[in-house]
Design a protein around this ligand. Sequence first.
Ligand code: ADP
Ligand code: ZN
Length: 632
Amino acid sequence: MDKKQMFSLWYVLAALVGMILLQEFFAPRHTQTLTYSEFKQALAAGKLDDVVIADGIATGKLRAEGLDQILPKDKLEALERAGGEHGFATVLVNDPGLVAQLDVAKVRYGSVRESKWLGALISWVAPALVFFGIWWFLMKRIGGGMGHGGLMEIGKSKAKVYMQTETGVTFKDVAGIDEAREELMEVVEFLKNPDRFKRLGGKIPKGVLIVGAPGTGKTLLAKAVAGEAGVPFLSLSGSEFVEMFVGVGAARVRDLFEQAAAKAPCIVFIDEIDALGRARGVGLSGGHEEHEQTLNQLLAEMDGFDTNRGVIIMAATNRPEILDPALLRPGRFDRHVAIDRPDLNGRRQILEVHVKHVKLAANVDLAAVAARTPGFAGADLANLVNEATLRAAKHDKPAVEMSDFDEALDRIVAGLEKRNRVMNPMERRFVAFHEAGHAVVAEMRKNTDRVSKVSIIPRGIAALGYTQQSPTEDRYLMRKSELLDRIDVLLGGRVAEKLVFDDVSTGAENDLQRATDMARHMITHYGMSESLGLATFDARPVPLYLNGPTMPEPRNFSERTAEAIDSEVRRILDEARERVTETLTAHRATLDTLAALLLEKEVVDRSMLDRLMSEQVAPAQLRVAAVPVRPE
Ligand code: ADP
Ligand code: ZN
């Protein structure tokens, strides 16, 4: 059951409980129910007074004393506990002589027409109100799905679109993610002055997808774009589109775009777009009609949207890989901005932003704090400053001291460690040598792309670090030597771990998978294996049904061949490992230096790498400048 359904269920439960309490509260509390015979005996004994007869029920007062002969023990006890005069009620039987007896006993008696208006109110009107309330609540939600002139106009889009005319956030508030900021400058330019931008021939972006881990400042950045451009900021979360009624999500999308058009120029920010933008048609169950409708509506709106009206759609996700590819096609979210967790320098800048309004003692060294917070995202750092300030306030200090930061840090790190968000020192060393291994092998191979950046800042969920290589040119063909060099680079991480620690980690899983795939492809698709020759061995996946999930085709080769392929894959990987071990052993000093540099700086860019390589490696061993190879 999803959160929303739970929510309305709570309403119903609360209403029921409320009704029961009301009944309890207003019902006469100390009323003794008498059987008719008890009633008659009590009457004869003169124990009744103020009898009211209405609707076949007699109520009135009962004197407790001297009823021992008449009432059973439990009723007597109940009366005694309450003490004194007491209410009673009894259901009348057809007894024409009753009035005469009441006269004889000199009891005051009478009847009423409609005395208990309060009771009637509670027993009839209150439940009616409650049910009307529930009905209204449900209608409101369904009404959202009906769009205009739907079931009820009060139901217009119940997705919470937050509108800020002025975000008050500027690029000054966003620190440590300069690259992302640069990329968004263009959007700001356009929003500020669409006409001039168009006149100068700028290509107007329509959708910008911001990709980054939670708390890295995606929302902040989007707000800053709105703030810099001075346009309204409309935001809502992707999960708000996901509803239980078919059609509601789609109506919300329509509604959102209508609101945006009315506010243009403006920025629409959809947080957690993965909630609504999951790839369609995955899984065998076809019951995702609502989700597909919503996504289709979003695609249609984006296509139909004229950028000239000055609306930019921004979206954030930390899982771009699960998004429907259609969302990323040109004209939709075709601009991608990646935000990494900040490096040492970035963290210091972010801390500086957040201590702007905090009184710091002279002994606070933000660079040292930054050095102690690898893996922290911007939100974690903001939290850290906040904690430290709270601590100082608790101890009535005039300013926040370094010890406050230390204590806050210990607490936050413990919390983050539990959620696997920070690495312990041993893990960092493993990752540093692993990434240095990739990088050094890449530097020593002639046929592979240049390393542009090595980092041990965790990226995404799986990767603890990364070595980025950027191709120097567009490629159409790959030679066997290049493929082999690539395999070497992939194995560099694992081999470095083994060399340095004489132990290996799970961090190489993805590397090994890719290396294995590459080796297998060389054999089965490219005819690059001497022993298996030029034949290709296919096991192409075929869809189970149109656009359905795929299933491997029965393979077109024998068991013997399959074994031969497996052992050939192993041979390629084993030989690669030999070569890589040789390379890294020969350049162990370079490996160690790079790893140490990584542990210190976390990110090593091309220029630092150049300096390091020229110091460590004899010029003759350095890779020759790439000679462009063109397809014949
Ligand atoms: P996300 O949307 O990526 O989950 P947010 O934008 O909501 O993250 O960030 C949460 C908070 O963390 C921000 O309000 C801000 O205080 C702080 N923060 C995150 N990144 C940065 C940054 N680069 N510079 C300054 N503050 C940041
Ligand atoms: Zn690796």
